[in-house]
Design a protein. Structure first.
Length: 360
């Protein structure tokens, strides 16, 4: 079988802590498309080129697969019998799938009633032991951290350094695709592992002489759960973007470092800004991403409105290149669409009625 893409571990082995002894557990994650976004680019102004790193096209529909192929391969190498994670949904879907593949038991702890239906379905069908706690993600994370220590179960949240190692490969792919890093990289921030991972990836490529400069890292949290922006934990976080409904991120400090070292920002967008970006992405660019992913585009649109890209011209290129990561697939959370978009009209099964309803 001829296929150059062998999953992120074999693609980027040189940059990852694996050896020939590591049993590679892969679903051929990574190699996701970097899609140009003409409508968003035009919105940002002349000579701005926006790309979408569509991570929803990973095997379980989110960027988590990059980290999970590493975490589960290393867990298998170390002989772990079980793995555990807390999750707002995507981590659990990914952990469940890769554990199933590896033949390792998987336990996931989720906040009750706060994860999207698609993600819950994934964790369950892949055979994970799913436990919902009467609390939020931060409670779930505290519990799995304690359990993993007490029972020596391998923790596969992004506190696990192998997760970050795997996720940094998205930055490599972007540099490989563009032939250079973007000037600005925008992504949603929840538990703050991904911004940490991208920044690590960009820095490593730069250190290896693969790139000549570093991007500015821009992270966006949801307004109702923006502890990094506020500078203190949020006790009862809220947002429609359940994936990033997190009040006390595990990689808080690393995210602040990414922001400060790169000359970036971490800011917040409201739920209505997230929803507006979610709709623009789907209806104008043809890309369906989940609400948390749209937080990056909401941030982009906010910056554009403030005239950011007009006042921040770059020296490196004639064009300003911006990449927004779309972290998860829109199909993960169909309920959000149903709640926010009008239902289709129901008409008699007659050609005239359909024509009239479709305004043909
Ligand atoms: N976007 C999506 C779709 C996510 O699922 C997450 C995190 C993020 C963004 C934020 O990334 O946490 O690295 O800052 N989801 C985790 C989970 C928390 O449990 O699935 P982060």
């Amino acid at each position: 079988m001829e296929n150059n893409h062998r999953g992120i571990i074999l693609n980027y082995k040189k940059y990852l802590p694996v050896s020939d002894k590591t049993p590679i557990v892969t679903l051929r994650e990574g190699n996701t498309p970097l899609i140009s976004a003409p409508v968003l680019s035009a919105f940002c102004g002349k000579n701005v080129k926006v790309y979408l790193k569509y991570e929803g096209l990973n095997p379980t529909g989110s960027f988590k697969d990059r980290g999970m192929t590493m975490a589960i391969s290393k867990a298998k190498e170390e002989g772990a019998g079980a793995v555990i994670c807390a999750s707002t949904g995507n981590t659990s879907a990914s952990a469940a799938a890769y554990s199933a593949r590896a033949g390792i038991k998987c336990i996931v702890v989720i906040p009750q009633g706060a994860i999207a239906l698609g993600k819950l379905a994934q964790a369950m069908i892949h055979g994970a032991k799913v436990v919902a706690v009467q609390g939020n993600f931060d409670d779930a994370l505290r519990i799995v951290c304690e359990l993993s220590e007490k029972y020596k179960i391998c923790l596969v949240n992004s506190i696990n350094p192998y997760r970050i190692e795997g996720q940094k490969t998205a930055a490599f792919e972007i540099c490989d695709d563009l032939g250079a890093p973007p000037h600005y990289h925008i992504l949603p921030v929840g538990n703050a592992g991904n911004i940490t991972a991208y920044w690590k990836g960009y820095k490593e490529y730069y250190a290896h002489g693969k790139t000549a400069y570093l991007p500015h890292m821009f992270g966006f949290q949801a307004k109702g759960s923006c502890p990094i922006v506020k500078g203190k934990p949020v006790k009862n976080p809220h947002t429609i973007a359940t994936a990033i409904k997190i009040g006390n991120p595990a990689s808080w400090q690393k995210a602040v470092e990414a922001r400060d070292e790169s000359g970036g920002i971490i800011s917040a967008v409201s739920d209505s800004e997230i929803l507006a970006a979610y709709k623009v992405l789907a209806a104008r660019e043809g890309v369906f991403a989940e609400p948390a992913s749209a937080a990056s585009v909401a941030g982009l649109l906010k910056l554009a409105k403030e005239g950011f890209f007009k006042t921040h011209k770059t020296k490196e290129m004639k064009e300003t290149v911006v990449v927004c990561t779309l972290t998860g697939h829109g199909l993960k959370d169909p309920e959000i669409v149903i709640k926010n978009i009008k239902y289709p009209p129901i008409v008699p099964a007659k050609i005239e009625a359909v024509m009239k309803a479709a305004r043909m």
